[in-house]
Design a protein around this ligand. Sequence first.
Ligand code: GAR
Length: 269
Amino acid sequence: MDRKIRIGALISGGGSNLQAIMDACEEGMISGEIVFVGADNPAAGGLEKVRSRGIPTFVVDYGSIIKQFKKGQGKAVLPEDFDLDDVLAKQSLFAADSDPEKVRNFMMTRAVAEAKLLEAMEPHPFDLLVLAGFMRNLTPYFIDRINTVPGSLRIMNIHPALLPAFPGIDGYGDTFRYGCKIGGCTVHFVDYGEDSGPIIGQKAYEITADDTIETIRAKGFKLEWSLYPDCVRLFAEGRLQTVRMTYPLKSGKTYEGTVVKITPPPETF
Ligand code: GAR
């Protein structure tokens, strides 16, 4: 891309990954600029970091939306273009044997919040949406409204574990408790599952006998802050291709999946 890419960001907490991406943009390592930062709660510390830089921010308070829904006021505010059957057919956040009522309520409450996110994002066109410590699962309702060009994924997430191990909310804790000897972090494109989309980049650290959850977290964060800007840079350089792959399995079945291929940098003379 010849022009700078426009990057939107969603956060829930301190925003240290967002900071790393902003710094990389300012230093010229990424040809990009942050055009908005949204949060799912008003206490997200990262909001302060960006307000002082004049970047537009907004909050969609998921907590109060979910509470309101539980009180029975929710269905009235479901977005008009929300199609529950379509979302249920596509989602892979919940297993097939999950309580259907729970799954329906999850998809509806999140769609109410996601419609507000989309509304807040509307005035700020963007090329890439980065989830930088955004601790909410996105539903197909939202994802389909961002990934409008078939085969072109544009929501990225960072996760504090070597996916596909330890998806969920506590990647470092899960890695530590399991007694892993290697931990790491992963940047991937978001699909309809939890931390399951095509992997763009990973970095690993060694875990030794004297490591604690705190030292593991410190090792991991240090890697996150270089991995995420690197992956955003590859996107900005147009070097991330998603490719559908099929492999024959010994069982006679076929494995199908989407993977990211990183193309070489253009030759310079
Ligand atoms: C980071 O460790 C990130 O990998 C993790 O939240 C932290 C946010 O820190 N994200 C997830 O666990 C997503 N499943 P930050 O707000 O300082 O960037």
